[in-house]
Design a protein around this ligand. Structure first.
Ligand SMILES: *[C@@H]1O[C@H](CO)[C@@H](O)[C@H](O)[C@H]1NC(C)=O
Length: 174
């Protein structure tokens, strides 16, 4: 009897300890987050996002992209609670498109001939780890997906033909 009570008490302590450990560990360390660079190509009307500085340099040097302010901070490697932020490219309308949804990724590849361009980084899907909304907009005329954490930019983009689509992910402030 006494043993049972002691055991139950210990289980309770263990369970409590696990809960504590879990809340601390389920997030990536914000110190490990890196800038998600942003560039725009006025010739094709395409916003491009990448964490790789070499690739960004190449895009600016040879593809006429103009570097803009950093979009957010995300993780280069998969951390607890993060998911892949898939990168796709639609060569028909020259549009880089990013999504956390495998369904959306597969649909884009199947229906609009998007190329799978891998995973530039990992993001959160809710605000539990200190992430804030990374808004996604689309401009039908320019054929351009645009992502920003700034509500001011969302409003400004909406005056220029962009339509708010959804919160694409939760990312860390620059
Ligand atoms: C960054 O891009 C360059 C050029 O494509 C590539 O050689 C390099 O391996 C990339 N770095 C990382 C960390 O992915």
């Amino acid at each position: 009897m006494r043993f049972t009570v002691a055991l139950t008490g210990m289980k309770a302590i263990l369970a409590f300890a696990c809960v504590i450990v879990r809340t601390v560990q389920t997030c990536g360390n914000p110190v490990d987050a890196v800038p998600l660079f942003r560039a725009f190509n006025p010739a094709t009307g395409d916003h491009f996002y990448i964490t790789n500085a070499t690739e960004m340099g190449n895009a600016v040097a040879s593809e006429r992209y103009t570097r803009e302010q950093d979009a957010a901070r995300i993780f280069e490697t998969e951390e607890l609670s993060t998911v892949p932020f898939y990168r796709l490219f639609n060569p028909v309308i020259e549009d880089h498109f990013y999504t956390v949804s495998e369904e959306e990724r597969d649909g884009a590849i199947a229906s609009s001939e998007c190329n799978d361009e891998g995973v530039p980084g990992y993001v959160y899907v809710d605000e539990g780890c200190g992430g804030e909304p990374f808004f996604r907009l689309f401009n039908q005329e320019a054929g351009d997906h645009f992502y920003t954490m700034s509500e001011g930019e969302v409003e400004f983009a909406e005056t220029g033909g962009y339509v708010f689509e959804k919160i694409a992910a939760f990312t860390l402030e620059v």
